[in-house]
Design a protein around this ligand. Structure first.
Ligand code: SF4
Length: 63
């Protein structure tokens, strides 16, 4: 499951650039998740986004 803590997010946008199928940003730049689970092609990108997020706002669990 993909979890994004919008309270921690600082709107850096790394996630939306790294995995655009899974992460977007709202008008304030705060992360929005587009899926609860990454598709097979997106899992590695989501892992990358989790590591890149400067705020530690992202988690991928259960896979
Ligand atoms: S990379 Fe992290 S801080 Fe940046 S928009 Fe995504 S969740 Fe927010």
């Amino acid at each position: 499951m993909i979890e994004a803590d919008r309270d921690l997010c600082i709107g850096a946008g790394m996630c939306a650039v790294t995995a655009p199928e899974v992460f977007d940003q709202d008008d304030d730049g705060i992360v929005v998740t587009l899926a609860e689970q990454p598709g097979p092609d997106d899992t590695e990108l989501v892992r990358e986004a989790v590591q890149l997020c400067p705020a530690g706002a992202l988690r991928l669990s259960g896979s």
